[in-house]
Write a protein that binds this ligand. Structure first.
Ligand code: ATR
Length: 276
């Protein structure tokens, strides 16, 4: 019998997840279906309960429901707890929350791009849900320094504080600041986890932060954001979040099906799609 899965979000029509999971299923001979489901704002829980009643095996969850998904779950992985949010739910006798976003970005950067975090000076731009989701998995790779820079200082500092409470013996120096005092600093890896690209807004960051050979990674994909343009013009290696998208999906697929799909061809397939 075909096992049913879906991705829930609002909006959702743009989601590439069905294409990705269908490609994984074909490649690994898994009998699954995977669809997009638009949940009304305020209607996430009802949507999930309806899917469970209909025998769905799990869902991916995207904006703006990742926190609600976490709260609805009755069992949580450490990765979900660290992120405080869930992008993957599995339905068995419980609702199990996972978060594969962090694993997705680390795998894309370390395995696909062959850039290792260990010993590097890393800048994470943003302190919202997207940044929270990747913070712990990045720290687990032992960068030398991780600076969280955010427009609102309090959010950057509270992210730092939460980690300090949990990981007293961390190898990484972790600090939080605003964009203003980045003038004197340079980084090997810079990750844009702000949502500024959605509105085509530039970040107030100086061109001098991109060290020689720097990797500038934008978690958004599909078009060049002002951050990516600035990084490219400053000589950085620039990458968008398509690899992260496919890798987080592969991790979810592995949780659900117990087989790890190959991602390279699927990334290429998504990249070759006509622009919508
Ligand atoms: P997401 O789930 O995408 O992370 P979010 O939790 O609303 O969404 O967080 C958005 C992040 O982008 C925040 O770090 C936000 O900065 P503030 O915390 O100061 O609001 C950042 N952001 C959004 N628009 C921005 C802009 N124009 N300039 C700088 N930072 C911006």
């Amino acid at each position: 019998m075909t096992d049913k899965y879906a991705v829930i979000g609002n909006p959702i029509s743009h989601s590439k997840s069905p294409l990705i999971h269908e490609a994984f299923a074909k490649q690994t001979n898994q009998d699954i279906s995977y669809e997009r489901i638009l949940a009304p704002l305020g209607g996430f829980e009802a949507t999930v309960r309806d899917l469970i009643a209909k025998g769905y095996k799990g869902v991916n969850v995207t904006v703006p429901f990742k926190f609600e998904a976490f709260n609805l779950a009755t069992k949580h992985s450490n990765r979900a707890i660290n992120a405080g949010a869930a992008n993957t739910l599995t339905f068995n006798d419980e609702i199990c929350a996972e978060n594969t976003d962090g694993a997705g970005i680390v795998r894309d950067i370390e395995e696909n791009l062959n850039v290792k975090f260990a010993g590097k000076e890393v800048l994470l731009l943003g302190a919202g849900g997207a940044a929270e989701g990747v913070l712990h998995p990045i720290l687990e790779t032992n960068p030398l320094l991780l600076v969280i820079a955010n427009r609102s200082l309090d959010k950057a500092l509270s992210m730092v504080k939460k980690v300090e409470v949990q990981q007293a013996h961390m190898l990484t120096t972790l600090t939080g600041q605003t964009f203003e005092n980045l003038e004197t600093q340079q980084f090997d890896i810079i990750i844009n986890a702000t949502s500024a690209g959605l509105t085509d807004t530039s970040l107030p960051i100086p061109n001098t932060i991109f060290a020689r050979g720097c990797l500038a990674y934008d978690m958004m994909y599909g078009r060049e954001t002002p951050f990516m343009k600035q990084a490219r013009e400053s000589g950085a290696q620039v990458v968008d979040g398509l690899g992260m998208l496919v890798e987080q999906a592969a991790e979810a697929f592995y949780i659900w099906r117990g087989v790890r799909p190959e991602t390279q061809d699927v990334m290429q397939m998504i990249r070759n799609l006509p622009k919508s």
